[in-house]
Design a protein around this ligand. Structure first.
Ligand SMILES: Cc1cc2nc3c(=O)[nH]c(=O)nc-3n(C[C@H](O)[C@H](O)[C@H](O)COP(=O)(O)OP(=O)(O)OC[C@H]3O[C@@H](n4cnc5c(N)ncnc54)[C@H](O)[C@@H]3O)c2cc1C
Length: 512
């Protein structure tokens, strides 16, 4: 089938959210993602379900959107969210006036906040800097961006959408000025798909794609780098009490903590390099928030780009609104059939998707209201076995030998549950995105080969090269480990090298 009501380009959280919203309204959708779901900014963010406190002083509309969507996402996707709560802490040297501005901004945006004494904050979070001078508790939470994207895509599929990963849009099909479809490429070759409306939800890749349709979408690409540490320092999200700046957020993420971020304008979302000066700032500021950072092990670093909408002007990344914009290119540029969704946050993805779907339905002449704000992502189905926050409870019943990844507690059953989503492609990174295999402290050292063995047992390696499959995965993992190779992490990586390069013979191109 190559005809649809709407085509969505991009399988980040925005595209997955748009596909689900449209599918729930009965619109026939095709979603095309060039790599795997959450390949872009979505899979490279902090995983913070913002309370909005971060924007309460400088970006009040974004703050209001965040708190309202924070409440909705908790309700419709409880299995993707860990209800950590958050603290804002003031340290010596932070501007004391900001604390009061922040409380006023929270009141205006409707963000619940409660003042805590330093002693109370330290009782809740003993690893915080004991010199903190003031603290506020806010309703931040930790969210799994991979699971949230996949669950939106799965819900869209249940309502008839077709989701195709590893399918890159290479051009638009035009009828005069109008966009009437796309040409895309996958492992098998090139294909065409047609629809009266195409939605560009390609994040940082949007500009060159829009140019292919003859329209200009002004984006400022702001790179943010983050580091994952091997310990969970705090059970709550920790924000520094100051205007958003480098390295002022620590997010608990399973057994690890993520510190972020930096903000550097870049030309492209591909080939991002994490600079040593970024690492130095992240680790130093992390140690200011939680002194244990100084002695913990940095597991990996990663970077993503915020695709911030900027029609004109030269504000830098932190000065541009985190609000979002739906662009109808028919009225804006004289190109019917194309709609872009730009800017925004992971936290506000549902609202972004709803406004985009409203626009698509208007163009299709369908009067159907969106219902994503009160429809749970799983719609009455039990939460999947492989969802992360349930695993601890299931640990006791997992049989010996069944655990493939001990760091993230991924049993064989969790991997088997998602094998059909690989569509016969033996890709360990796709397994990782769906189960968290290899995302914990050992970074795949002890579980990559077990994952490969499972793919073999399930017949996914027939006719292919196991060595190529595992080498591709290890290379991808190493890309994030390389920037933090010192001390204990270097020793651990030397051990992994011994396993894979020498024991499995991968340094000689041998077959695993
Ligand atoms: C460092 C950093 C930290 C952040 N932290 C947070 C946070 O903690 N909380 C929060 O709410 N927000 C956060 N954000 C913002 C948030 O990550 C983004 O707003 C959101 O993920 C954007 O999602 P998206 O789907 O629009 O874009 P993306 O996730 O970038 O998705 C675009 C997708 O389009 C695909 N694509 C591109 N070209 C093509 C093509 N030709 N064919 C097919 N597919 C294509 C890409 O592969 C990609 O998967 C952060 C952003 C960054 C950079």
């Amino acid at each position: 089938m190559d005809r649809f009501d709407a085509i969505v380009i991009g399988g980040g959280i925005t595209g997955c959210g748009v596909a689900r919203d449209l599918a729930l309204r009965g619109v026939g959708v095709l979603l095309l993602e060039q790599h795997d779901l959450a390949h872009g900014a979505t899979g490279r963010c902090h995983g913070l379900l913002h309370s909005g406190v971060r924007y309460a002083v400088k970006d009040p509309i974004a703050a209001q959107e965040c708190i309202s969507e924070n409440r909705i996402v908790r309700r419709i996707a409880p299995h993707c969210v860990e209800l950590t709560g958050g603290l804002v802490i003031e340290l010596p040297g932070d501007d004391p006036a900001y604390y009061h501005q922040l409380r006023r901004g929270c009141d205006e945006a409707g963000i619940e906040h409660r003042a805590l004494s330093p002693a109370d904050a330290l009782e809740l979070e003993p690893n915080l800097n004991p010199r903190l001078t003031r603290a506020l508790s806010v309703p931040d939470a930790s969210v799994d961006p991979f699971l949230l994207s996949q669950e939106n895509a799965r819900a869209a599929e249940r309502h008839g959408a077709i989701i195709r990963t590893h399918s890159a849009v290479i051009d638009f099909i035009r009828d005069g000025a109008a966009v009437t479809g796309v040409r895309f490429a996958d492992d098998e070759g090139e294909h065409e798909a047609r629809a009266p409306v195409t939605v560009l939800a390609a994040g940082g890749w949007g500009m060159p794609l829009a140019a292919k349709a003859g329209v200009r979408v002004g984006l400022s690409l702001s790179k943010g780098s983050l580091v994952i540490m091997n310990r969970r320092f705090c059970d709550r999200v920790i924000n520094r009490c100051r205007l958003p700046a480098d390295a002022d957020l620590v997010i608990p993420n399973g057994p690890t903590s993520i510190i972020g971020t930096t903000s550097i304008t870049v030309a492209s979302p591909d080939g991002l390099v994490i600079e040593p000066r970024e690492l130095a700032v992240l680790l130093a500021e992390g140690a200011a928030l939680a002194p244990g950072f100084a002695t913990a092990r940095a597991l990996r670093s990663y970077a993503g780009v915020r695709p911030l909408f900027q029609e004109s002007g030269d504000a830098d990344g932190r000065g541009i609104t985190r609000g979002f914009f739906v662009l109808n290119h028919a009225t804006r540029d004289g190109v019917p059939g194309l709609v872009s969704i730009v800017g925004g946050k992971l936290t506000t993805y549902r609202l972004m998707a709803e406004k985009t779907a409203d626009q698509v339905c208007e163009l299709l002449g369908r009067r159907v209201a969106g219902r994503t704000s009160d429809t749970p992502l799983r719609e009455g189905e039990p939460a999947p076995f492989y969802h992360r926050y349930e695993r601890l409870a299931r640990l006791a019943t997992t049989k010996p030998g069944e655990m493939v990844c001990e760091c993230e507690m991924v049993p064989r059953e969790a991997i088997r549950a998602i094998l059909s989503e690989l569509h016969g492609r033996p890709d360990l990174a796709d397994v990782q995105h769906r189960t968290r295999l290899g995302m914990g402290p050992c970074q795949g050292g002890l579980c990559s080969y077990r994952g490969l063995a499972l793919l073999h047992d399930e017949g996914l390696l027939a006719g292919g090269s196991p060595a190529a499959v595992i080498t591709r995965f290890l290379d991808q993992r190493f890309g994030g480990i390389a920037p933090v190779l010192w001390g204990d992490q270097l020793r651990e990586e030397a051990l992994n090298y011994a396993f894979y390069a020498t024991l499995f013979g991968l340094d000689r191109g041998g077959d695993a």
